[in-house]
Design a protein around this ligand. Structure first.
Ligand SMILES: Cc1cc2nc3c(=O)[nH]c(=O)nc-3n(C[C@H](O)[C@H](O)[C@H](O)COP(=O)(O)O)c2cc1C
Ligand code: SF4
Ligand code: SF4
Length: 376
């Protein structure tokens, strides 16, 4: 049904399983492949693996964000080679999911070696992970477009399979994307997690986890969308959008920001592999309902309406009620209005159009969606 390509490779559908511990080891790779995703990206394979720390996750229940301190894969290179060979020799267990190996090294020659080594296992493509915010190394690479060029060039020259470069919101964009493209990358993936301290307990005075980690999940989606849109506006390379995809609508947001496909990570961590199948089914249903036959019809659809700040219209607009509000137990709109344009009167809540500056905040805070003000 889908006409989707990532890194020049056709995939069955635009749902991708992003890199992480849910794609480490034969049994998890098998589970991932059975989900029906378009592609699966392994946890990042490194020359020297780091053990798992305990604990390594902290979850912000209220907002759905996760901090993790899992730096690359805990599995040794030798194990990875055996696992990937087992998968390709078993013909991916009958799955049509494309298998992408994520790699990272501390020197250009190390990534070259890793790329050649994983390619021999029969994988379909390589993702070069240059943006992990944990530890010291990678952020220095993705902040330096010359290094990104050097690492990407080494890998592209070493292998025949296509190479995607994974970036983060903290990368030196768009220079890094331009460098990756010049070096021969066939695609861009991202975003990776964002360096964070999830919280500090003010009683114990301790951070949630003992080191800086990577922030992921629903709260990073706005940052991911802006990064994906910015990348889409700077290159024609296919993008795998990642960051905060928890359902099919979030995936569509990434596609409308310019991605060809969307990767899920924290969604799987918190909900299990079944989420992947649900997103695939719900996406199909949504596309059918909207009579969309090809993802290309909506890819980048939101970019046309995204203007530069200088271009946006500033003509006066005033908020108005969609339906009158008689609530006596809520005054959120009044509390947030900096212009004192909202008053609570006997006949209900009113907006003084002469005072309203059209900021749009009262619409967002209203729990009943009673107020409207639209932009064109
Ligand atoms: C626990 C955990 C481990 C991760 N490990 C890797 C990794 O090994 N390599 C990598 O490129 N990205 C890794 N990521 C980043 C994800 O692939 C993804 O880019 C990021 O989490 C944003 O997507 P999300 O909001 O759906 O989680 C990891 C993310 C999490 C939460
Ligand atoms: S749009 Fe802004 S200024 Fe106008 S009523 Fe709402 S909060 Fe006040
Ligand atoms: S925020 Fe909405 S529901 Fe609350 S008082 Fe204002 S209009 Fe009514």
């Amino acid at each position: 049904m889908y006409n989707v390509k990532i890194m020049g490779i056709h995939i069955e559908n635009p749902v991708v399983i992003s890199s992480g511990p849910w794609t480490r080891g034969l049994s998890k790779l098998k589970k991932g492949l059975e989900c029906g995703a378009g592609a699966l990206i392994t946890e990042t394979i490194v020359g020297e693996s780091y053990p798992d720390t305990c604990p390594r996750y902290s979850y912000d229940r209220a907002n759905g964000g996760v901090q993790n301190i899992r730096l690359y894969s805990g599995s040794e290179l030798e194990n990875w080679i055996n696992d990937l060979k087992a998968v390709t020799q078993a013909k991916r267990f009958g799955s049509k999911t494309k298998l992408i190996a994520s790699i990272m090294g501390t020197t250009a020659s190390e990534v070259r070696y890793l790329a050649k080594t994983v390619e021999r296992t029969g994988i379909d493509g390589i993702e070069l992970g240059l943006a992990c915010p944990i530890g010291q190394g990678p952020e220095n690479i993705c902040g330096d477009a010359d290094k990104v060029y050097e690492y990407t060039r080494e890998v592209v020259n070493a292998v025949d399979v296509p190479v995607s470069v994974k970036v983060s919101a903290a990368c030196n964009l768009p220079a890094v994307v331009e460098a990756a493209e010049r070096a021969g990358a066939a695609g861009i993936s991202g975003i990776d997690t964002i360096r964070c301290i999830l919280s500090i307990d003010v009683e114990t005075q301790k951070a949630a986890l003992p080191t800086y980690g990577g922030y992921s999940g629903a709260p990073i989606r706005p940052i991911a969308l802006s990064t994906v849109a910015g990348i889409a506006q700077s290159t024609n390379l296919p993008i795998i959008g990642m960051g905060g995809i928890m359902d099919h609508k979030n995936l569509l947001e990434h596609i409308m920001a310019g991605a060809c496909a969307g990767g899920i990570a924290t969604g799987i961590l918190l909900n299990g592999y079944d989420l992947v199948g649900k997103v695939i089914r719900d996406l199909e249903e949504w596309l059918d309902c909207h009579h969309i036959k090809d993802i290309e019809e909506i890819r980048g659809a939101a970019l046309g309406g995204l203007k530069s700040f200088e271009e946006i219209k500033t003509e006066a607009k005033a908020a108005m009620f969609d339906s009158p509000c008689q609530r006596t137990d809520c005054s959120k709109c009044k509390s947030c209005c900096l212009e004192d344009a909202i008053s609570i009167k006997e006949q209900g809540i009113t907006i003084d159009k002469n005072l309203c500056s059209g900021c749009g905040l009262c619409l967002d805070v209203c729990p009943d969606e009673k107020i409207k003000l639209s932009w064109k």
